[in-house]
Ligand binder design. Sequence first.
Ligand code: GDP
Length: 194
Amino acid sequence: SDEVVLVGRSNVGKSTLMREITGHSVPTGQKPGVTRKPNHFDWASDDFVVTDLPGFGFMSGVEDEVREAIKTDVVRYLEANADDILVGVLVLDGKAAVDIIDRHSGDDEIPHVVELFYLLEDLGITPVVAVNKMDKVDDRDERLDDIADRLGLLPPWKQWQDTIAPIAAKHGRIDPFEAAVRTHLEDAKRHDLK
Ligand code: GDP
């Protein structure tokens, strides 16, 4: 059946978001690097599957090779399943994302999350960026404009509400995310009927 995937660094709140959208109890704060396999869940009441892919990036106590293997696994999964995946959700920590992206930007370095965003587009998977932990962000519009800019989306971010969804998963505030995903799923359905 149709699939929505969640990708993101570890600790951005992927499990928390997953629990909100599926109503299933997904363990949070799991030992990083332990969940190496995709987890599939049914989206409450809808006819598609949500897949949580392993989180990547810095995790204390996890060796470099394991971290690289996780990144490779995520990319391979997306490539292998691109035909079935309607929406790829890139989950970011709204408080930390810009700093992390800028720290990893250089003449010949593209931050992994930015690379993933472009990979989704290249594979024909509609990207949705769930900017989580917005409850911790004061300068909301400025922050979201910066995130849009780093992903190559011309600010203001409000032009991109089908793509950029500010949320606070821990507090159950995920409406913009659900609206964005639903828009794309309905577009896809309409496209299929043609
Ligand atoms: P994962 O590693 O991406 O699956 O992240 P988790 O879902 O385990 O969450 C990591 C940490 O971020 C936990 O302490 C969560 O309680 C916290 N967290 C998740 N969502 C939010 C949010 O919307 N706001 C805040 N402030 N913290 C959050």
